[in-house]
Design a binder for this molecule. Structure first.
Ligand code: NAD
Ligand code: MG
Length: 389
């Protein structure tokens, strides 16, 4: 049976890896919607190659170029936030959420209203609005499958297990580009240096977030929200080889680990074929050649983002939305050369502090409340960055 699939963020790193898997099995899938940003050439190329029903760019000023590129093909072209939501309403059996940042939340929620399968790479959806996302899935009978490698690993390690017997969940961290740098050098790290990951090939933003461990901070919160596990049971450990992605510890003291090459096509493919397993084009590990797996304690002075994530998990409410928005804005400031690498965590900590009255745990998590908290946090972060630069 042909399955209808849509990919939000199709032109990005996760989107392209998803299309790579679909391309290998063309009769199994019918591509419905593909969405992207300003990379119109790639969006139009893939919309044609996969004969999509509709291609959507997030930006209205890119629509003429998209229409031009698709003229005569019969593929619809559309743009903007409403068009993204409409694309999420198009009937599909499997929808990939791989937009980067909080912008991924509204189309993800809309997709869930179809009662379909949402493959979730967009961790920001869970960080900003975890309870809302999971409740929407329950309400509409939809299924959320994790695509982040660590969360796919935990999910796989939990197959056939009782969540009540889980004592701890350990997600591993590569330590990012600067794990072996002297800590005093971090303040002068450049964007180019932070944009190169030792093990994974990913989009620029998540790569920089790996160097600062803001990515791991988001993932700690993601673990809590997705699996409903309390924060005191969630740990992270630095594992420089990036081969063991997560471990689940049970009350009997046993740890079940998930091991695989650092290739996102494994986690994407697992979600694409779930509940079946299908052959995937990923490297098979030669353990004798690898020789050893090493682990180290994460240094909280080097990675202040991890401490901030603990505060957010403790507070709950809208603090995840504030944390993420401040982080996204600080990251923009770093990429634009306005603030240094270590200033990002300072900005985020200050915004969390300033906005603590609004983000307390009792705040209702609606899309409107999350959007408002997100906007306020971005404004606060912007003015702090302007003062620091
Ligand atoms: P990317 O930057 O390579 O691609 C992002 C995609 O989102 C592109 O298609 C871009 O056009 C689109 N986009 C960007 N801003 C947008 C906006 N405002 N509105 C609509 N579309 C927009 O990012 P990526 O590395 O593929 O990451 C995508 C998501 O997956 C992120 O949430 C990331 O944290 C998560 N993730 C990525 C990886 C990885 O290996 N790349 C691994 C785990 C999780
Ligand atoms: Mg990850």
């Amino acid at each position: 049976m042909t399955r209808r699939v849509s990919i939000f963020g199709a032109t990005g790193s996760i989107g392209q890896n998803t299309l790579d898997l679909i391309r290998r099995d063309p009769h199994a899938f019918k591509v419905v919607a593909l969405t992207g940003g300003r990379n119109i050439n790639a969006l139009a190329r893939d919309a044609k190659a996969f004969d999509a029903e509709v291609a959507v760019t997030a930006y209205n000023d890119c629509l003429p170029a998209l229409k031009d590129a698709l003229s005569g093909t019969g593929i619809e072209a559309a743009s903007g936030e409403t068009a993204l939501l409409e694309a999420a309403e198009r009937p599909a059996d499997w929808i990939m959420s791989a937009i980067v940042g909080a912008a991924g939340l509204p189309p993800g929620l809309k997709a869930l209203e179809q009662g379909t399968v949402l493959a979730l790479a967009n961790k920001e959806s869970l960080v900003t609005a975890g309870p809302l996302l999971m409740e929407t899935a329950r309400k509409f009978g939809a299924r959320v499958l994790p695509v982040d490698s660590e969360h796919s690993a935990v999910f796989q390690a939990l197959q056939g297990e009782n969540i009540d017997s889980v004592e701890r969940v350990i997600i591993t961290a590569s330590g990012g580009a600067f794990r072996d740098w002297p800590i005093e050098k971090l303040a002068s790290a450049t964007c180019a240096q932070a944009s190169s990951h030792p093990n994974w090939d990913m989009g620029q933003r998540i790569t920089i977030d790996s160097a600062s461990m803001f990515n791991k901070a988001l993932e700690l919160i993601e673990t809590k929200e997705f699996f409903g596990i309390s924060q005191d049971k969630i740990e992270t450990v630095v594992h420089p080889e990036s081969l063991m992605h997560a471990l689940v510890g049970h009350v009997d003291g046993g740890l079940i680990a998930h091991v695989g090459p650092p290739d996102m096509r494994h986690a994407i493919g697992f979600a694409l074929h779930y509940p079946d397993r299908k052959a995937l084009p990923v490297e098979r590990l030669d353990l004798a050649k690898i020789g050893q797996f090493t682990f180290r304690e994460p240094d909280l002075a080097r990675y202040p983002a991890l401490g901030l994530a603990r505060d957010v998990m403790e507070t709950g409410g809208l603090s995840g939305a504030v944390f993420n928005a401040a982080k996204e804005t600080a990251l923009d400031g770093f990429i634009d050369g306005q603030i240094g690498f270590t200033k990002m965590a300072e900005v985020v900590a200050d915004v969390i502090e300033i906005m603590s009255p609004q983000s307390h745990g009792n705040a209702a998590i609606t899309l409107e409340a999350v959007t408002e908290a997100d906007h306020m946090a971005r404004n606060e972060a912007r003015s702090l960055i302007d003062r620091k630069s």
